[in-house]
Design a protein around this ligand. Sequence first.
Ligand SMILES: Nc1ncnc2c1ncn2[C@@H]1O[C@H](COP(=O)(O)OP(=O)(O)O)[C@@H](O)[C@H]1O
Ligand SMILES: [Mg+2]
Length: 242
Amino acid sequence: MSAPATTQDALRVEGLVAGFGDLTILHDISLTVPAGKVTVLLGPNGAGKTTLFRAITGLVTPRAGNIALFGESIAGRAPHLIARAGIGHVPSGRELFPRMPVSVHLDIGGRLCPRELRAGLREKVLGLFPAIGERLNQAAGTLSGGEQQMVAIARALMTNPRVLLLDEPSAGLAPKVVLSVFQTLSKLQDQGMSVLLAEQSLTFGLSVASRAYIISEGHIVLSGTPAEISAERSVVQAYLGA
Ligand SMILES: Nc1ncnc2c1ncn2[C@@H]1O[C@H](COP(=O)(O)OP(=O)(O)O)[C@@H](O)[C@H]1O
Ligand SMILES: [Mg+2]
């Protein structure tokens, strides 16, 4: 028996099972994202991080289990309804439209948020990413990797999410650029955003999060505060293959 959900849990996943065809990828996954905090999901390539994010966002249909957003069950809903309910998704690999200008990416996100909020939200998002504001008419594919990641985050923020899922935003970026992405996460947290971050690097992940889960072969094998996880560093590094 797990404790009853409280509204202080931004996101609560319980007993989630999901996979593809006969293949089960996620085995009985339970995790909690506290409101207003960054939670990190650490795991090596192929551990199931992206599949979990796709199950939360409705792109993969869960076979069992529950997913609650501030206490409201969203499991099994269509992806656009889950987005509207308040889950923002920064997908693995960013998934931008390379030939489309930055502004169109913001508009795509904005379509999911109430019309009267769009202008204010756009201003707030561009305040967070001034570099993007200077490149609104530039094709997304011509931006640097770091700028593209900012566009992917900005697009998700334009949906006015209550919880933001970021799937390996550090992938392929130079350490200095990763740092600036993570500084953005800290700013978002300061503004009250609840974040679930998928990450492969223990050092990067623990530097921003207040809680961590280790996923290995579709199982949550360890969870705790960064201090608790650091104390188990050798165990964790074995899981992460580092
Ligand atoms: N569409 C799919 N069909 C079949 N297997 C998949 C599919 N997507 C991912 N997988 C498998 O699921 C496992 C977990 O992958 P993934 O969730 O992408 O891990 P991670 O994001 O942690 O690298 C891998 O073994 C991968 O090959
Ligand atoms: Mg992945």
